[in-house]
Design a binder for this molecule. Structure first.
Ligand SMILES: Nc1ncnc2c1ncn2[C@@H]1O[C@H](COP(=O)(O)OP(=O)(O)OP(=O)(O)O)[C@@H](O)[C@H]1O
Ligand SMILES: [Mg+2]
Length: 458
């Protein structure tokens, strides 16, 4: 986008000559002759810089300057004053003007001043963007854990990050932190200040995936009314994260291989070779080797990716991290939800440690989050942990909590029945004949169930 400049001067000759000069530069130029017009222009357009004459028919220049700065502090203002008016220039600088220039002035001097001002502004913006990105990067790429497996992973990621072009394959069960590892690789590499573009290959239909990855040329298909850049182009200089690459179709796999080998590709429907500098990080929870054997994954791409493999360990292989991560998530959720939970009771800890965690860290995080929503006590007890975690203890129907939020995917049918019965009875204020009609069972059956589940109306 071109930088935009607004000229504010009631002297028409001055206004026009400035307009003509600046229009020749790479600027979007606006010009007005009064304070009120100035305000309406900045409200309707993004203005980067204002050249402001201090003597206007309707507004005092200083007042106008303050109004402009109040509306948007980022607008640079260069004021134009009469040679003798030093006092105004000083006051304007104090009110936030970027610079001043005395009339009559040398046009070259003014152009230089404008260039410098805009350059400084874009530098400030770039620094801010980098700061933001860095904070984000730090937050999203911290791998926690104290077990030797995690130390090894961190070291490996450190080494992988130093190589700049080599593709990386991250393998691991679901929820082991594959995306986290991809973030860490990007943000610890020289590419950290360039984009990290992510795509989940299993979530998008094949034809769409192709144009998402490579973009398309105008007219490539009926809906392609204009050219569109794909992920590889947008990530230039940075990293492309191909999540669930095991689900990618072979025709796309060969295109990926071409990008790795030639650092170039063509948009869908295009004939232009487009050069890019990207590193590919791919992840999968499938066994690519057996997919290769079944002919579902291209051998050549597999060997390309296999050069550098990061294998994320499952949570059950590193049991000691279970409690550490639990505490970490408890703190995180305390902050997020304004809760004040101190931790897990010893019984709850035992259950957490013996559970095999098929969904790994993601599952652990969900369990903690759910438990924290359910509890008002200072500690998480076994009661707030889902059934599937407690199964090993032997499941006790009497102990089923009558809490509708207790319903979980993996619970025994009887427990579900108990909760449902209790909800219906409560709602009908224990009118058993109404309840039996709604439940579609006889009153005798209902009575038997109430007895079986130890339900009562107090
Ligand atoms: N070592 C770790 N330290 C802190 N948080 C972690 C760690 N490992 C995973 N997580 C967290 O667990 C969640 C799941 O991680 P991530 O999405 O990276 O896993 P994944 O392997 O990509 O999972 P999936 O296979 O389900 O896509 C995220 O919220 C992530 O921040
Ligand atoms: Mg993932």
């Amino acid at each position: 986008m071109k930088p935009s400049i607004l000229i504010v001067d009631d002297d028409e000759v001055m206004q026009e000559s400035l307009y003509d000069v600046l229009k020749k530069g790479e600027y979007e130029v606006y010009s007005v002759g009064s304070g009120s017009e100035t305000l309406s222009v900045i409200k309707k357009n993004i203005i980067d810089l204002i050249l402001l004459d201090m003597r206007l028919p309707d507004w005092d220049g200083l007042e106008l300057l303050k109004k402009v700065k109040e509306f948007d502090t980022e607008i640079l203002v260069i004021i134009m004053t009469a040679y003798s008016d030093v006092q105004t220039a000083v006051s304007a600088m104090k009110s936030g003007a970027y610079h001043y220039i005395n009339k009559p002035f040398d046009l070259e001097e003014l152009k230089l001043l404008i260039e410098k001002g805009l350059e400084r502004k874009s530098l400030i913006n770039e620094v801010r963007r980098l700061h933001r990105q860095q904070n984000e990067g730090n937050q999203k790429s911290q791998i926690f854990g104290t077990t030797s497996q995690i130390h090894y992973i961190k070291e490996l990621i450190g080494m992988v990050s130093k190589t700049n072009k080599t593709s990386v394959l991250i393998q691991g069960e679901s929820g082991t932190g594959k995306e986290l590892a991809a973030n860490a690789i990007h943000y610890n590499s020289k590419r950290a200040n360039k984009p990290l573009m992510k795509i989940n290959c299993s979530a998008i239909p094949d034809s769409l995936l192709e144009s998402e990855l490579f973009g398309y040329e105008k007219g490539a298909f009926t809906d392609a009314k204009a050219t569109k850049k794909g992920l590889f182009e947008l990530a230039d200089g940075g990293t492309v994260f191909l999540d669930e690459i095991g689900d990618m179709k072979p025709f796309l796999q060969s295109k990926i291989l071409r990008v790795i080998e030639n650092q170039s590709f063509m948009r869908v429907g295009g004939e232009r070779e487009i050069k890019v500098d990207v590193r590919i990080v791919a992840a999968t929870n499938k066994d690519l080797e057996s997919l290769v054997r079944e002919g579902l994954f291209r051998k050549d791409l597999y060997y390309r990716l296999k050069v550098m493999v990061v294998e994320m360990p499952s949570l059950r292989e590193r049991g000691e991290d279970i409690l550490l991560l639990s505490n970490l998530f408890i703190e995180e959720i305390n902050r997020e939800y304004g809760k004040n939970i101190n931790g897990l009771t010893d019984d709850a800890k035992k259950i957490m440690v013996q559970y095999p965690w098929p969904g790994n860290v993601r599952e652990l995080k969900n369990v903690i989050e759910r438990a924290m929503i359910l509890t008002e006590q200072p500690y998480i007890t076994p009661k707030q942990l889902p059934f599937e975690l407690r199964q090993k203890e032997g499941y006790d129907l009497k102990a089923v909590e009558l809490n509708p939020f207790e319903i979980s995917e993996m619970m025994p049918l009887e427990a579900l029945e108990k909760i449902h019965l209790s909800n219906v009875l409560k709602k009908l204020e224990w009118n058993k004949s109404k309840a039996s009609k709604i439940l579609g069972i006889s009153r005798a059956t209902l009575r038997a169930k109430v007895k079986k589940y130890h339900l009562s109306d107090n």
